[in-house]
Write a protein that binds this ligand. Structure first.
Ligand code: ADP
Ligand code: MG
Length: 273
């Protein structure tokens, strides 16, 4: 369309946090849907054997032939594994339990950490944004996602031990940066399942803000976000007016608008490099 904002070159986001149940998949699905709703061609890649991102966009087990497993073991090209979704402009590379086997089968391969990167990066001509939903560990699948990505988004639930987990994640990101992927940056922390009535929430949020860029868009605890996956829909298609759907639209807008000039890297403390 003449006059439309120019599309950026493809940007790959890894949504990572080794803690389970913090909102990685919910963030991946709903952020990807929000990018697509903003008319960006978006690809969601399910990197978790649980396959929740796949089912979250309505792609059910048994309804597809190829999955990320076939891509990682070199049996299929990434483009052949993309399944369209009900959301216009949003495709998904689904995952199944097979993906557990990929971790084992690749353990001796020299290129085990760069499989996803090599499969993904040359195949992005048709896309503006890619969202990689990571599993709840810092194992080979997350390593592949971090190696393939340009930027990391970290969903965080404001609980007592939330920051402790972040230390491990940041150390892993630093290692990936120095060995495989020098351009990797931490885009920011997304506060999820936010309950402002809980005073611990505010304490943890303040602590996180002292160390990282935290997005202004905060994702509230919202029942529509937890119901939508059982309908195989992102919240935008399930209840677009819900606080959850609107929260992720705001997050997408904030990411699309780019970081404030002073926050080019998200670590506020000097890193000594
Ligand atoms: P992860 O991928 O990190 O394991 P999920 O995105 O699967 O986490 O979320 C864990 C559970 O919490 C899921 O049942 C999900 O539906 C629910 N959930 C996630 N975010 C929210 C939210 N903002 N409000 C309510 N429920 C949520
Ligand atoms: Mg998940």
């Amino acid at each position: 369309k003449p006059g439309a904002a120019p599309k950026p070159s493809p940007v790959i986001f890894a949504v990572a946090n080794q803690k389970g149940g913090v909102g990685k998949t919910t963030t991946s699905v709903n952020l990807a849907a929000s990018f697509a709703a903003a008319e960006y061609r978006t690809l969601l890649v399910d990197c978790d054997p649980q396959g929740n991102a796949s089912s979250g966009v309505g792609v059910r087990r048994g309804s597809f032939e190829l999955s990320l497993y076939d891509v990682l073991i070199g049996r299929a090209a990434l483009t052949d594994a993309i399944v369209p979704t009900e959301v216009p402009l949003l495709g998904v590379v689904p995952a199944t339990q097979d993906l557990v086997a990929a971790e084992l089968e690749l353990v001796d391969a020299d290129d085990r950490a760069v499989r996803l990167r090599n499969a993904l990066r040359p195949q992005l001509a048709g896309y503006d944004y890619v969202v990689l939903d990571c599993p709840p560990s810092l194992g080979l699948l997350t390593l592949n996602a971090l190696t393939a990505a340009h930027r990391v988004l970290v969903p965080l639930q404001c609980e007592y031990y939330a920051l402790e987990g972040l230390t491990h994640l940041m150390a892993t990101i630093d290692r990936v940066r120095s060995v495989f992927n020098a351009e990797l940056t931490v885009e920011g922390v997304v506060l999820t399942m936010y309950d402002g009535r809980n005073s611990l929430t505010h304490q943890v949020a303040d602590e996180v803000k002292a160390h990282f860029r935290v997005f202004d868009a905060i994702i509230p605890r919202n029942v529509k976000l937890s119901e939508a996956p059982s309908h195989g829909k992102p919240a935008l298609l399930y209840d677009a007016q819900s606080k959850g759907a609107q929260g992720y639209l705001s997050l997408a807008r904030e990411i699309l608008d780019g970081p404030p000039a002073a926050a080019a890297d998200t670590k506020k403390k000097p890193r000594g490099d």
